[in-house]
Design a protein around this ligand. Structure first.
Ligand code: HEM
Length: 184
C-alpha cells in the first residue's frame, strides 16, 4: 500500500508546479516575440507569480501542520538527507522567486503609472514602503532584486532538474511507487 500525501498537499503541489513551469517558460517566450506581445506576457507572469506566492503560504502552513508520509524504507541515509535538503530549498525558492519579482516590480520607476492587475480582474497592490523610496534608492533596489530574480531563476532550473531526476530515478531505477505518492 503506497503512503500518499494528503489531497490538499497533492493539489497545492501540482498547481504550484504548473505556475512555476509556466512562469519559468514565459521569459524565454517574451524574448522571442514582437514588442507588442511582450507586455501581456509580462502581466500574466506577474499575476501567476503572486498567485504562486499565495499558494506557497498555504502550502507551508499545510506542511507545518500535516506530517508528510514517511519516505520509502529503501532510501539510503544520504538520499533521505538529500531529499529533505532539496525539498526545503524548493520551499525557499517558491517564496523567493515571487517575492524578489514583486519587490523589483514595486521599485520599477514606472510602477505608479502602470498599475498591476491580477489577471485583469482587480488592482494588485505594489509594496508601499518600496514605492515610497527616493528615485535613486528605488533604482538600486530594482536592479539588485532584478539580478537576484534572474539568478534564482537559474537555481530554480537546477533544483527542478534534480527534483524531477530524483523522482524518476526512484520510480524507474529503484522500482519504488514514487510518483503515486504525489498523485490522487
Ligand atoms: C513563480 C514565481 C516566479 C518565477 C518562477 C519567475 C521567474 C522568472 C524568470 C526565470 C525570469 C527571467 C529572468 C532573466 O531574464 O534572467 C523572470 C523575469 C521577470 N519577472 Fe519573474 N518569476 C516569478 C514571479 C514574478 C513576480 C511575482 C513578478 C512581479 C510581480 C515578476 C516579475 C518579473 C519581471 C518584471 C521580469 C523581467 C525582468 C526584466 O527582464 O526586465 N516575476 N521571472
Amino acid at each position: 500500500m503506497v503512503k500518499k500525501y494528503t489531497g490538499v498537499a497533492i493539489a497545492l503541489h501540482w498547481i504550484i508546479a504548473v505556475g512555476i513551469i509556466v512562469n519559468a517558460a514565459l521569459p524565454w517566450i517574451w524574448e522571442a516575440v514582437s514588442d507588442d506581445a511582450v507586455r501581456p506576457l509580462i502581466d500574466a507572469h506577474k499575476s501567476i507569480g503572486v498567485t504562486v506566492l499565495g499558494l506557497a503560504v498555504m502550502r507551508l502552513l499545510w506542511r507545518l501542520t500535516h506530517r508528510p508520509p514517511a519516505l520509502p524504507a529503501s532510501y539510503k541515509p544520504w538520499e533521505v538527507t538529500a531529499s529533505h535538503a532539496a525539498h526545503w530549498a524548493l520551499y525557499a525558492i517558491i517564496f523567493a522567486m515571487p517575492l524578489t519579482g514583486w519587490i523589483m516590480d514595486s521599485a520599477w520607476k514606472d510602477a505608479a503609472t502602470h498599475p498591476m492587475h491580477w489577471f485583469g480582474l482587480f488592482e494588485w497592490p505594489r509594496i508601499a514602503p518600496v514605492m515610497a523610496l527616493d528615485e535613486a534608492t528605488k533604482k538600486s533596489v530594482h536592479d539588485s532584486f532584478g539580478a537576484a530574480h534572474s539568478l534564482l531563476g537559474w537555481v530554480l532550473y537546477g533544483l527542478f532538474a534534480l527534483h524531477v531526476g530524483a523522482a524518476l530515478k526512484h520510480q524507474w531505477m529503484d522500482g519504488e511507487a514514487e510518483l503515486q505518492r504525489m498523485l490522487p
